[in-house]
Design a protein around this ligand. Structure first.
Ligand code: DQQ
Length: 669
C-alpha cells in the first residue's frame, strides 16, 4: 500500500488573510447534582482518609503550612446582551461575551456561527427542547479526568512538581458554574491521576487582581524556591502581571501564598492595549544568567509574544521587538515556549538550549479558541524565534488538538524528566445546563510531549504513563473484519470508562484497485461518518446505542490521489452523538501523516462525556465532548465500522475497563 508522509499543511496558503480555520468550536455546558448525601460524604471521607494515609506512608506530608483564605473581592457586573440568530433558532445559552468585555474569553464568547456549528451538521443550533433528567446529567460527570467538586473551571495554571507532589492550579469560579469571579483553585497529587483538593491558592483581594486572578505560570529557581507570575485584572480592568510566592517553602502542599507587596510587577507597555496583556510563561535562563519570560498580546490583528528579562522577578526589562508574531491571528492567550530534544526521549527543562534542541511556540488564539503550535529555532541573543516552516507558523498550522482543548500549558516534570501538557476541556451543551448541573469543564488527561522523531515536523502527545494504572480488566479482539458498509459489535461488559488501543489495515489489493481521485476532503465540511468514500471512513463508533440512534464515530478517511499517494484524515463526528438538540454537534479533525510501515492506529480514553483520541502515536489528537441521552450507563456500546465502498478493513483492538480516580478534598485541613 502506498503511504503519505507529508508534514502537516497550513490552514491557508496565505498567512496574511486571516487564516484561522473554522473547523471546530469551543462551547459548552452541563449540570449535575451538587453535593453527595451525608452518607456518601462519610464514605468519601473514609476512602480519602485511607488514601491519604497511603500517601503519607509513601512520601510523607509535613503539615507545617498555615491555611489562610482571603475573602473574595466583588466582581462580576459583566453584561449579558442578545446576539442575532437565524430565524427559527432558540438559543438557551445567554449569548454573552462576558469574557470579551472583561478582556478575556470564556465559553459563552462564541459567534452565532460557532454556536450553530459548521458545515452540514445540526444546523438547528442550540434549542431548549430536550427534557434532560438527573440520571442523564449525572452520567456526564467524568470518572478519571480532573474536575473540582463543583462550579466553573477553565485554564490550567502554574503546574509544577514540588517536594513529592504534583501541584495543579486552575482558573476557578467558586460561586457559580459559569465564568466569573475568577480565583485560583488548587489540588495536589502523587501521580497526576488521583487528586486531593486544597483550599483556594489565591483570591481576588487586591486592587491589582480584584477583577480576577487570571492565568499564570510557575518557575522553580535553582535553590528550589517557587516564583509564580500571574495576570491580575485590576479595579479598572487593566491587565497587569503580579508576583506571588509560597509563604512557607518547607510546606510540600504550598498552601499559603504571599502576593509581592510591590505588585504589579508589570503593566502594559506603550502601544499595548490595557486588555491585551496577559498570561506570563514559566521563565527560562539566558546565557547572561537572567530570567526571560514571554507574555501574549496583539497589535492590530497580529498576535504577538512580548519578551522581558529579569534578575529577580520584580524588575523587568522589555526587549525590543517580539519573540514572535503572526499577522491575522489576533490576541495570543496563554503563550507557551519550551525546548524539545531533536533525538526525542526525555523532556527538557525550559532553560535548555543549544545543539540538538528545537523550540516550540504555542499560542491560544482568542479569536477561534484553539491552541496552535509550531516548531522552530530560538535565537537567544536577538530574543527571537523563527518557525521551521513559515507556512505552518503559530496560529496558521498545526493544532495540539482538533477537538475541544484550550489555554493549555506545559511544565517540566523534573521527577520523571518529561514535559507534560495540561489543557482545559470546555463544555458543548447549554450554559443553562451547566447551571442546573452545578459544574462546567474538566481538564484533559495530562499528556507527555516530545518531538516526533520520524517526521521532525510535529509533536507527539500521549497520556501520561500513570493513566495506565487505571486499567482494569481487558479484552482483546484480533483481526476483526469489517467489509465495506459493515458495522460490527465489539462486545464489552460496559462501555463508558474505557482505554482503547486499536489498529486498522485496509485491504491492500482493494487499495491498489481504487482509482486515483482529486477529492479535497475536510473533516468539518464532509458529511461526517455518513460520507462514503472509496477508502473510508472507518474506525469506531463510541458511546453508541444498540440501534445506533446515538453514536460518536472516531475514524480515518483515506484519499488516493495522484501517483497513488494516500492522504489520511483523522476525524470525530458529533452530529449523531445525542438525540438532544441543545448540544453542539460539529464534525472536526485534520490531516494526519501515516508513514511507510505504519498501520492506522488510535488510542482512545472514553470517560463518560469526554473522548480523547490519539492517532498515530499522538501525531494528531481530537478531544470530543458528547452528551448522549440513551447511550449511557449500561446501554453504551462500542462498534467497529467501515463506511468505505471499496476496501475491507481488518482491525485489532485491546480494550480495558477503566477505574475511577480518587479526586477528593484533602482530609483534615
Ligand atoms: N483565561 C484567563 C485569561 C486567559 C484566558 C481568564 C484564556 O488569563 O487569557 O480566566 O482562557
Amino acid at each position: 500500500m502506498g503511504d503519505h508522509n507529508q508534514p502537516f499543511l497550513p490552514v491557508s496558503g496565505d498567512p496574511e488573510c486571516v487564516p484561522i480555520q473554522g473547523d471546530d468550536v469551543v462551547d459548552d455546558s452541563l449540570h449535575r447534582p451538587q453535593q453527595g448525601s451525608t452518607k456518601s460524604k462519610l464514605l468519601l471521607a473514609v476512602f480519602s482518609g485511607i488514601f491519604v494515609v497511603c500517601l503519607i506512608l509513601a512520601g510523607g506530608y509535613d503539615k507545617s503550612g498555615v491555611v489562610k483564605v482571603a475573602q473574595l473581592g466583588g466582581v462580576d457586573e459583566l453584561g449579558v446582551g442578545p446576539i442575532e440568530m437565524p430565524a427559527g433558532s432558540t438559543i438557551v445559552r445567554p449569548a454573552v461575551s462576558r469574557g470579551k468585555s472583561a478582556g478575556v474569553s470564556e465559553k459563552a464568547n462564541l459567534s452565532p456561527e460557532q454556536l450553530l456549528g459548521g458545515g452540514e451538521v445540526s444546523g438547528d443550533g442550540l434549542t431548549e427542547d430536550f427534557p434532560w433528567n438527573n440520571s442523564m446529567l449525572s452520567w456526564q460527570r467524568t470518572a478519571f479526568h480532573f474536575q473540582p467538586e463543583k462550579n466553573w473551571m477553565n485554564d490550567p495554571n502554574g503546574p509544577l512538581f514540588y517536594k513529592g507532589w504534583y501541584h495543579f492550579f486552575y482558573q476557578y469560579n467558586p460561586n457559580a458554574a459559569v465564568w466569573g469571579d475568577i480565583v485560583w483553585g488548587h489540588a495536589v497529587s502523587r501521580d497526576m491521576i488521583h487528586w486531593l483538593h486544597l483550599p483556594l491558592a489565591m483570591v481576588a483581594d487586591q486592587w491589582y487582581d480584584v477583577q480576577g486572578v487570571w492565568t499564570g505560570s510557575a518557575t522553580i529557581l535553582p535553590d528550589g524556591k517557587v516564583m509564580m507570575l500571574y495576570t491580575g485584572s485590576t479595579n479598572e480592568s487593566v491587565q497587569v502581571q503580579n508576583l506571588a510566592y509560597p509563604a512557607n517553602h518547607d510546606d510540600p502542599l504550598l498552601l499559603d501564598w504571599v502576593k509581592h507587596p510591590g505588585n504589579p510587577v508589570l503593566v502594559p507597555p506603550p502601544g499595548i492595549h490595557h486588555k491585551d496583556f496577559r498570561d506570563p510563561t514559566t521563565a527560562w535562563k539566558t546565557s547572561e544568567g537572567k530570567w526571560r519570560i514571554t507574555i501574549g498580546s496583539k497589535v492590530n490583528k497580529t498576535g504577538i509574544a512580548l519578551i522581558y528579562d529579569t534578575d529577580d522577578f520584580i524588575n523587568f526589562e522589555l526587549k525590543d521587538g517580539f519573540l514572535h508574531g503572526v499577522p491575522g491571528t489576533g490576541m495570543w492567550e496563554c503563550v507557551d515556549f519550551y525546548p524539545v530534544a531533536v533525538a526525542g526521549g526525555n523532556g527538557l527543562d525550559t532553560s535548555v538550549n543549544g545543539a540538538g534542541v528545537r523550540h516550540v511556540v504555542k499560542a491560544s488564539l482568542d479569536d477561534d479558541r484553539h491552541d496552535y503550535y509550531a516548531i522552530g529555532t530560538y535565537d537567544e541573543e536577538a530574543g527571537k524565534w523563527y518557525p521551521d516552516n513559515p507556512t505552518i507558523d503559530v496560529g496558521i498550522g498545526i493544532r495540539y488538538d482538533y477537538g475541544i482543548f484550550y489555554a493549555s500549558k506545559t511544565f517540566f516534570d523534573q521527577s520523571k524528566q518529561r514535559r507534560v501538557l495540561w489543557g482545559w476541556i470546555g463544555e458543548w451543551d447549554s450554559e443553562a445546563a451547566d447551571v442546573r448541573k452545578g459544574w462546567a469543564s474538566l481538564q484533559g488527561m495530562p499528556r507527555t510531549v516530545v518531538l516526533d522523531t520520524k517526521t521532525g515536523s510535529n509533536l507527539l502527545q500521549w497520556p501520561v504513563v500513570e493513566s495506565e494504572s487505571l486499567r482494569l480488566r481487558s479484552k482483546e479482539f484480533k483481526n476483526v473484519v469489517a467489509k465495506p458498509g459493515a458495522v460490527v459489535p465489539i462486545k464489552l461488559e460496559a462501555a463508558t470508562q474505557l482505554d482503547i488501543v486499536a489498529e486498522f489495515e485496509l485491504d491492500k489489493e482493494a487499495v491498489e484497485r481504487v482509482a486515483e481521485s482529486d477529492e479535497e476532503f475536510k473533516c468539518s465540511s464532509s458529511k461526517g461518518a455518513a460520507h462514503r468514500g472509496a477508502l473510508g471512513p472507518f474506525g469506531l463508533l463510541v458511546l453508541s446505542e444498540e440501534t445506533l440512534s446515538e453514536q460518536t464515530p472516531v475514524y480515518f478517511y483515506v484519499v488516493k490521489g495522484k501517483n497513488a499517494t494516500l492522504r489520511t484524515y483523522f476525524c470525530a463526528d458529533q452530529s449523531r452523538s445525542s438525540l438532544a438538540n441543545d448540544v453542539n454537534k460539529q464534525i472536526y479533525g485534520s490531516y494526519v501523516p501515516v508513514l511507510t510501515g505504519e498501520k492506522f492506529a488510535v488510542r482512545m480514553l472514553v470517560d463518560h462525556s469526554i473522548i480523547e483520541s490519539f492517532a498515530q502515536g499522538g501525531r494528531s489528537v481530537i478531544t470530543s465532548r458528547v452528551y448522549p441521552t440513551k447511550a449511557i450507563y449500561g446501554a453504551a456500546r462500542l462498534f467497529l465500522f467501515n463506511n468505505g465502498t471499496e476496501a475491507g478493513v481488518t482491525a485489532s483492538l485491546k480494550v480495558w475497563q477503566m477505574n475511577s480516580a480518587f479526586i477528593r478534598p484533602f482530609p483534615n485541613l
